[in-house]
Design a binder for this molecule. Structure first.
Ligand SMILES: [Zn+2]
Length: 205
């Protein structure tokens, strides 16, 4: 197991290759009767998002202090500097400061909110990736490139694999690995390649 993999899952969790095998069940109706079909699921590939997506540096015009409201305590503000990719909140000082400025794990809530506006036009795909990556720390994130960039992510126990596509980052695509279908949000342009890659990442037994 690589150290990157350890970092992703957090040192307190210490997930090994064996317990990546997740046993779960799904409710299905057969002749009108609800039954549970057990599925054993195996994650075949290590998450690779942080090695593939980094935050481009902000120019010195962003070398200024921005006050950002704290979402846990709305009466508090913290000060963010995007040029330095820094924040004066305790969470940043404890958890994020150790990562390089271009690292996705550098982002605290306040950096995420400060970065939102400049990225909205400049790089809406990266904006979505940063939001999802920050909000879903327990999910497995993968980067895939089929001429167009994609990010897949899923929770350990879910049958839905979420997809962010570079050309339509605002659509929340999701693929159900048991029912083998896309959600009503839509079908991405590279659906076929995505499904084939998903089957190489998660295997149902
Ligand atoms: Zn912060």
């Amino acid at each position: 197991m690589t150290s990157i993999f350890k970092k992703i899952f957090g040192s307190n969790k210490q997930i090994t290759q064996e317990n990546l095998q997740i046993t779960a069940s799904v409710k299905t109706y057969v002749n009108g009767k609800k039954i549970e079909i057990p599925h054993s699921r195996k994650i075949l590939r290590e998450p690779n998002l942080i090695e593939n997506i980094s935050i481009p540096p902000f120019s010195d015009e962003f070398d200024k202090n921005i006050k950002i409201q704290d979402l846990k305590d709305l009466r508090r503000n913290f000060t963010v500097n995007l040029f330095q990719m820094s924040c004066n909140c305790p969470e940043f000082q404890e958890k994020h400061i150790f990562y390089t400025p271009n690292h996705l794990r550098r982002i605290c809530q306040h950096l995420k909110d400060a970065i939102d506006k400049p990225l909205r036009e400049k790089n809406p795909f990266l904006r979505k990736v940063i939001i999802r990556f920050y909000n879903k720390p327990e999910h497995n994130f993968y980067y895939l490139d089929f001429e167009e960039k994609h990010v897949l992510y899923f929770a350990g126990e879910s049958y839905w694999v979420n997809v962010i596509a570079e050309n339509k980052p605002d659509i929340e695509y999701a693929y159900n690995i048991i029912e083998k279908r896309w959600s009503s949000k839509g079908i991405p342009d590279k659906a076929q390649s995505l499904v084939s890659e998903i089957s190489k990442i998660i295997c149902l037994e």
